[in-house]
Write a protein that binds this ligand. Structure first.
Ligand SMILES: [Zn+2]
Length: 181
């Protein structure tokens, strides 16, 4: 399940981050958002998402909910937001056998479009991270000029940046800062 964490943060960052990797970005909206997000999905899921009416608006709404849950002010607020998403998207556990893989557990949302199915899946990713790793495994990138979020699945909870590029930028900035001091 937590294999879906990068997909979840990619949606949040695509749709909600106005600064990424040191530069201002204009988050795509509507069909452009749907197309950009679908590019990271498997063919079948991508086609299903792109066929949803107002896919971009639905994805933007889901991204905003996820960002608020990820960066919630307290563990209680976070749990309330995650629980509300699980209920709203009707996340239901079921076993899936993908080609070449043994049966494994998914939690697709029920009763909506493929975007709402993803919403249920993503809500459960957050719930499983809180359950397995604790409430402080989510954050906003600590590098200069970056609003991207991350989910920290490291053993010791040491992650501070959204990715390798921002980690390198922050290291360079810290080195320059030390040299000037
Ligand atoms: Zn970053």
């Amino acid at each position: 399940m937590t294999r879906q964490a990068p997909l979840l943060t990619e949606l949040v960052n695509l749709a909600t981050a106005r600064r990424r990797g040191g530069a201002s970005v204009l988050p795509p909206v509507g069909e452009a958002l749907a197309a950009a997000f679908a590019a990271g999905l498997g063919d079948r899921t991508a086609a299903a998402v792109l066929a949803v009416p107002d896919a971009g608006a639905r994805l933007a709404e889901l991204a905003t909910e996820l960002r608020q849950a990820l960066l919630a002010a307290s563990p209680a607020d976070q749990a309330a937001r995650v629980n509300a998403m699980i209920a709203r998207y009707g996340a239901q556990p079921y076993l899936v056998e993908d080609v070449g893989q043994p049966f494994h557990l998914h939690f697709h949302g029920s009763g909506g479009t493929p975007v709402e199915a993803l919403g249920g899946e993503f809500a459960m990713v957050l719930a499983l991270v809180v359950d397995g790793y604790g409430p402080d495994r989510f954050g906003e990138c600590a590098a200069h000029q970056c609003e991207a979020v991350y989910i920290d699945l490291t053993r010791n909870g040491s992650r501070r940046y959204c990715g390798a590029a921002c980690t390198a930028r922050a290291k360079t900035a810290a080195y320059r800062g030390r040299r000037q001091a």
